[in-house]
Design a protein around this ligand. Structure first.
Ligand SMILES: O=c1ccn([C@@H]2O[C@H](COP(=O)(O)OP(=O)(O)O[C@H]3O[C@H](CO)[C@@H](O)[C@H](O)[C@H]3O)[C@@H](O)[C@H]2O)c(=O)[nH]1
Ligand SMILES: [Mn+2]
Length: 748
């Protein structure tokens, strides 16, 4: 679509070298290999600790290989929106269907969704090319009502933002710094600003106060919501705003959608919602590109759609790139990242590393997809002309709706609707059919086309499938951060999110799209395969970490050792020292504090051993057919200010009854008991001399206890800062069992 005559590319990718990083990465790898070699050659006593240590260290080394490979060739993408606007006219810019998902009006307060929607409606992109679809899995009249109110507000908000070129277009963030903006000399602006602020406050009040009375009204527009529950209701689709005149500077279409749900019918969580959005939008607007965001991810860079188009419309990108992913970044984050969930370093190094390979993973939000790729087109089909599916085959794949089939053919052929072709009313009639829960029976939705089912990390799975088809993806990181959302502000939420990721990633590994097959039989490049293994290892590594920490306690209790006793001990010590200096340097070089670094170190032990390990167990249970996996929604708060400085408890660890804290509590109790046994001299006396547990094992145990400081404190606290008694009892029982088993192994 881009002007073929334009010589200048719309985007460029530059690979750069992190020489110091490569050197350090390699040194650590060599040391790890030396440690393994040392074990095989010099400490071959083949005892239980030797064996466990060897296996775990093999796993850690493999994990390190995944990490190194992923960050070895970092690249940076630079986009040129100016060139885009020179090469295509506004009329030629492609349409984008925007999908917002929300699923719970309590965990995801409507005001958050409303702010996200407002920021999307005011994107710097021709309005008649945008349509916003909000999927509500909660079937909540409150959300519908809030969106109605928001669209009224948007009629003033969008022109205001565009007129004054406002940067932050989510009003709740914009109005935080009241005074500065107002101080300007421009009287007209001042007046309008005050008016907008007033209107926004009204909107909050409307959403907060009035809706309490809605549920008993259920009249007019709300009649559809009567007699519905979250898990039992027909499809509800409502046009909240239609850009009837299709004017460039109007308001984009805004459509509310709650897919049909029936008790006990699988709905595939977010992936299911995304597929319904794809079908419904296919019938109404059928834009060639789809932008999807979670309800808390508002636009921070209003030009982001233009940046993404630079990549997607570039003559090279057009043939190769399936999706453009913007990083997940967060606003109003807690100081020093107490729960290690802000992912800053992760995106900086591994994100750039992935950009240098076949492309970043799809992260579920902040992503622009090509519709035809979502419909299963492979990169070969692009070169060899279109895949010629018969009508019958297409029906099998896409389901019974003829209109939908037509729209899919249309999309696959790369045809686009001109604004005058779009008939929202007509589309809606048909849309009710494709939003039913039964529509997908016997079709390829979730298997060959659309968002993939079978993993609660549907994002990684869906992106992986595209990479396996030979597509690339790009990481779009304009100077001004593209989207920002809320990182969980307490560790309970953070843990449950991480647990879901661990389980979901393991599900990806055990699915038929396993990257191993992808690289052998399909078009996943080998390095990209290693990168997928790097992230999937979030699910496996916790098991090794838990084994390793049990090993430490085991050695102390049974008076044995697992680390070399002679000069060999310098190998693990050097690894630890270099690794710590290296990670600390990365933090300082990214303008982060030592405290943030320490928090990340500590959380890199706590999170995997609790959340990750539970995820691992959940996956085991699924493989054994005992239980199935569930998508637990992350709680979102409307965080207004960066960290309340007066509140000392911000960032403190809280606990609840959930089993997620059991592994950590048990590991901590084990270390404490082991040390106590050692100090009181209760160790078994049998294994003296060469086999004796040394200082290093004790130091490892102390280190773990220091990392688990929040848990140690939690043992003695009450209320939400204390570990519940039930968890302590369970942990205590497991510890006793462990000690019993330890003693058994040496007495026999
Ligand atoms: O049955 C469901 C469950 C969730 N969602 C929506 O999915 C989005 C993501 O859920 P959230 O609880 O915020 O999960 P996060 O852990 O923050 O999400 C990350 O990880 C998920 C995969 O585990 C991806 O789907 C997300 O896009 C990605 O941001 C939210 O908008 C939800 O409303 C639904 O629409 N239906
Ligand atoms: Mn989220």
């Amino acid at each position: 679509m881009a002007n073929p005559n334009s010589v200048l590319p719309l985007y460029e990718k530059n690979w750069y070298k992190h020489n110091y990083k490569r050197v350090l990465d390699s040194i650590i790898l060599i040391l790890l290999l030396m440690l393994l070699g040392y074990r095989l050659i010099f400490v071959n006593n083949y005892s239980l600790p030797w064996f466990v240590a060897f296996m775990c260290e093999c796993w850690f080394t493999l994990g390190w290989i995944f990490t190194i490979s992923t960050q070895w060739n970092p690249a940076l993408v630079k986009t040129y929106p100016q060139r885009l606007l020179q090469s295509v006219s506004v009329e030629e810019l492609p349409a984008v269907d925007i999908f917002v998902t929300t699923a719970d009006d309590e965990l995801e307060p409507p005001i958050i969704t409303v702010n996200t929607v407002l920021s999307l409606l005011s994107l710097d992109y021709p309005s008649h090319k945008l349509s916003c679809y909000v999927s509500d899995d909660a079937c909540s009249p409150l959300i519908f009502y809030a969106l109605q109110q928001a669209s009224n507000f948007a009629k003033h908000w969008v022109p205001f933002c565009k007129k004054y070129n406002v940067q932050t277009r989510a009003p709740f963030r914009y109005f935080i710094d009241d005074n500065d903006e107002c101080m300007t000399n421009n009287e007209e602006f001042r007046q309008e600003w005050l008016q907008m602020k007033d209107m926004y406050e009204n909107l909050i009040r409307e959403i907060d106060v009035y809706p309490k009375s809605i549920p008993c009204l259920f009249e007019g527009e709300f009649a559809a919501f009567s007699n519905t529950t979250r898990t039992n209701h027909p499809a509800i689709i409502k046009v909240i705003w239609e850009n009837k005149e299709m004017v460039e500077d109007g308001l984009p279409h805004l459509i509310y959608l709650s897919r049909e749900k029936r008790p006990k019918q699988p709905h595939h969580f977010k992936a299911g919602a995304m597929n319904v959005l794809t079908r419904v939008s296919g019938l109404i607007t059928n834009a060639p590109f789809m932008l999807n965001v979670d309800c808390d991810m508002f636009v921070n860079n209003p030009k982001i759609a233009q940046h993404a188009m630079c990549i997607l419309l570039d003559s090279k990108g057009e043939k190769e790139v399936a999706f453009v992913q913007c990083p997940q970044q967060f606003y109003a984050t807690l100081k020093d990242d107490p729960f290690g969930n802000q992912l800053v370093i992760l995106y900086k190094y591994l994100g750039a590393g992935l950009a240098g390979l076949q492309g970043t993973f799809y992260c579920g939000t902040n992503c622009f997809h090509r519709r035809k790729v979502m419909y299963g087109l492979s990169s070969d089909d692009m070169e060899n002309g279109l895949n010629k599916l018969s009508d019958e085959e297409l029906k099998q794949i896409s389901g019974a709706s003829n209109e939908l089939r037509k729209s899919i053919v249309h999309a696959l052929k790369g045809k686009t609707n001109s604004p005058s072709d779009i008939n929202v009313k007509k589309g809606i009639e048909e849309a009710n059919q494709v939003a039913c829960y039964g529509y997908e029976y016997g079709t390829a939705w979730g298997k060959q086309i659309g968002w993939m089912y079978g993993s609660i990390a549907e994002d990684v799975l869906t992106g992986l499938k595209m990479h396996e088809k030979g597509w690339r993806s790009e990481f779009c990181t304009p100077d001004l951060v593209a989207f920002t959302g809320c990182a969980p502000s307490d560790n309970i939420t953070s843990m449950s999110q991480q647990k879901r990721w661990a389980t979901g990633l393991l599900e990806v590994f055990f699915s038929k799209h396993c990257p191993i097959f992808g690289t052998i039989f399909a078009k996943l490049s080998f390095r990209e395969f290693l990168a997928y293994m790097w992230i999937i290892n979030w699910g496996f590594n916790p098991f090794a970490q838990v084994c390793y920490s049990c090993l430490i306690a085991y050695c102390i209790i049974t008076n044995s050792y697992f680390l070399p006793k002679d000069q060999g001990i310098y190998i693990p010590i050097t690894i630890v020292v270099i690794y710590n200096i290296y990670t600390l340097y990365e933090y300082l070089a990214s303008d982060m504090t030592i405290r943030a670094w320490w928090n990340s170190q500590r959380m890199s032990i706590i999170t995997p051993m609790n959340a990750g390990f539970c995820g691992f167990i959940t996956m085991l249970l699924k493989l054994l057919g005992i239980s199935n996996t569930v998508f637990d929604i992350t709680k979102k708060d409307l965080l207004l200010y960066n960290n309340d400085k007066d509140d000392k408890n911000v960032g403190r660890h809280t606990f609840d009854e959930s089993l997620i804290f059991l592994p950590g509590t048990t590991v901590l109790l084990m270390q404490l008991t082991a040390i106590l046994i050692k100090l009181l001299g209760f160790q078994k006396q049998g294994l003296r001399g060469d086999y004796e547990c040394g200082m290093v094992e004790m130091l490892c145990s102390f280190y773990l206890i220091i990392c688990y400081w929040p848990f140690l404190r939690g043992l003695f606290e009450t209320g939400k800062y204390g570990i519940p008694l039930s968890t302590i009892c369970k942990g205590g029982t497991l510890t006793c069992l462990f000690i019993f088993l330890c003693r058994r192994t040496i007495s026999t």
